[in-house]
Every structure is written in C-alpha cells, then in structure tokens.
Design a protein around this ligand. Structure first.
Ligand code: DP6
Length: 349
C-alpha cells in the first residue's frame, strides 16, 4: 500500500515505538454491507449505515518491540493462530508500510463480544487495532484516514471508528487508488431519536462460514444479489431521512426489510448460505407479536443466527423480556448508541 493510499501522517515529535491502547465498540448495520467490489482493498459494493453500541467493547494494546522477530498476538489471553493471526499480521504490515517502521509488535486484545458469532466482533476488533497500531507506530490519522485504515482489516470496522450512527461510503471509480480514497465512514445525524438495540444471543458459538466467504459466494452466485444491492441504495436514502426526522418506526421498517433482503440473497446463493436458525425465527415471531401489541420493535440479523431488535429506549426492558422468552437459552443485552474508537490515556504519564 502506498502512502497516498492511506493519507496517514506521521505525528510530529511523537515518541515512535511506544505502546498504545485503544477501545472500540461493535456496530450493528441498519443498512447492510454485503459484497465487495475490491477484495484486496475491502471496498464494498454498496453504502451501509450502522449504529455503534455502548456495550461489548474490545480493548487492544499494541506495543512495538524492536527485539521481536515476529508479531506476537494474544486474543483474550490465548495466542492467536491460523486465519485470525494472518489477518492481524497483514493489517500490521499495512501500518508498518505507511510508518516506514519494520519493527514487529506485541498485540493483546480483549473482546467482550463472542468472536465470530455474527455479533460484530471483527468491527470492534479491527477498529481498536487500527487506532492502537496507528498510535504505536507514530501515525496520527484523522478520523477519515483511521476509518479507511480500519476498513482494510474488516469492512464493518470502518463504521466503528465513529460513535452513534455512521454511514460508510462504497465510493466510486474503477481505479483502486480512487476507490480506496473514497471509501470511508462518517457520522450521520439522527435527530432526537432515542433508540435502544436489544441484542438477543440465541447461539454464541462461532459461525460455520465466515462473512467474508459467504458474501463472496453471494455476489458470485446469487441471482438475487443485484436486485438487493440496487434496492439497498434506496433504503439508505430513506433511512437517512427517517433518522433526521427521528421516525423510529420508519427506521425500523427499513432496517428490517434491508436485513431480510440480505438474507434472501444468501438463501439464493449456490450453494445456499443460511445463518438463520429455528431460534432466530422464534425471536422474529416474537418481534411481530410485539408490533401487534403496538410496541415499535424491528429486527435485524447479520452473518449469524442472533437477532438485534431496534426499539425505543422506553420499551427496551419489555422488548428484552419478550425476546428472551421466545427461544430457550436466549441471552439478551440492551445497547444504546455508544462512542467511537478512542485511545486510552498513555501509560506511565
Ligand atoms: C453481515 O465486516 O465482517 O455484518 O469486510 O470481509 O471482514 P469483511 O466482512 P465483515 O462483514 C459484516 C457483514 C454484516 C453486515 C454489516 O455489518 O454491514
């Protein structure tokens, strides 16, 4: 990656090679990202829009170690291996390339989200890693550059750089440098909306198929992908207007149809990708029942069986109780809009 690609600048006079710790929260897309137009640069086919949560953060410490021969990465106290390690080392290589520092790093990451269960662990994970690694290697990215950097680790991480609601642009242009420069997230105004998101964990286990592989298969084989991607642009325009006028019912309706449409594209892939489990459908039925009882509650699902239910903050306890009882073993968390990725104060100062 060239320097022009990232537009990350060296922090003047900053102590290079120090350690840095960053915190980032997961985000849940109300307009989904599903499909890349550039796999290498992680540039999406469509714009997406999400809410960053105030729960389940990831805290990541990066320390540059001039004596280390390779990167040492621990996730939740366990040494990372395989694909997880490979993605983190590749990401650190990008940062080293821009910083022009070859030194390896010691990375320690604590995730409160179950990893790989469609609960946006890669979003909080790579947003925290991007912020911590950039600081540790003496870079000083502005929020746009940090969003573009986080995107290279995992697309949805571009949005977790920002708190509240954020839109992530697909960008345009066939030239990779132009596409890279134009694909970043930024905050979206959300009027007086006072939302909660009830996260219903029906299964905290890792998914059988990664979202990366599933979205590639969907783009390549699903006859429904094109129509969904086209309609997603209209959904995004309508969503922005609904957020501005703080119209929770409209926000919820658009989010629910966009997510169901995304899952329809997967079901039509060859072979089919099906993340929705029987318990998912039981929770979806309970959301419909809540609406029949005049509670504004709307569901969205990612690359996994778990369901996130958007509602008013005042209704969150009731919604949480109903969805928890919908399927045996379901665990619920109530989230509100949370902060963007940020560095913790430097150690020892
Ligand atoms: C269904 O960001 O995990 O959660 O860019 O390949 O790392 P990669 O994919 P990832 O995909 C998230 C997909 C989604 C929808 C969304 O968050 O917009």
């Amino acid at each position: 990656m060239s320097e022009e690609h990232t537009a990350l600048v060296q922090a003047p006079g900053r102590h290079r090679g120090a350690g840095a710790t960053a915190v980032a929260h997961p985000n849940i897309a109300l307009i989904k990202y599903w499909g890349k137009r550039d796999e290498e640069l992680v540039v999406p086919r469509t714009d997406s829009l999400s809410m960053t949560l105030d729960i389940l953060p990831t805290t990541t410490r990066v320390r540059v170690d001039a004596t280390a021969r390779r990167d040492e990465v621990t996730l939740g106290g366990v040494p990372a291996t395989g694909e997880a390690l490979h993605r983190i080392v590749a990401f650190l290589d990008l940062v080293r390339d821009v910083a022009r520092m070859p030194q390896r790093a010691v990375v320690d990451s604590e995730n409160t989200v179950p990893t790989g269960a469609g609960l946006a662990s890669s979003a909080s994970g790579f947003a925290a890693l991007a912020a911590a690694a950039a600081a540790a290697y003496g870079l000083d990215p502005d929020p746009t550059a940090l969003s573009r950097l986080a995107r290279r680790g995992s697309g949805s991480a571009a949005r977790s750089v920002f708190g509240g609601f954020a839109v992530w642009y697909a960008g345009s242009g066939a030239d990779p440098a132009a596409a890279d420069a134009a694909s970043y997230a930024e905050p979206v105004p959300a009027g007086d909306l006072d939302p909660a998101l009830v996260v219903a964990v029906v299964d905290a286990g890792p998914k059988a198929l990664s979202s990366r592989v599933a979205m590639r298969r969907t783009v390549n084989t699903s006859p429904l992908y094109g129509p969904w991607a086209d309609s997603s642009g209209d959904d995004l325009t309508a969503m922005r207007a609904a957020l501005l006028r703080a119209d929770l019912e409209a926000v919820g309706e658009i989010a629910e149809r966009n997510a169901l449409g995304m899952h329809a594209t997967m079901l039509a892939a060859r072979p089919a990708v099906r993340y929705l489990a029987p318990a998912t459908l039981q929770v979806l039925d309970s959301v419909l029942q809540l609406r029949r009882e005049a509670v504004a509650a709307y569901a969205t699902m990612d690359a996994g069986p778990n369901v996130k239910v958007l509602c008013r903050r005042a209704d969150a306890q009731r919604v949480a109780a109903v969805v928890r009882d919908a399927a045996a073993g379901t665990v619920v968390h109530i989230a509100r809009p949370g902060p963007g990725a940020h560095l913790l104060p430097a150690e020892g100062r």
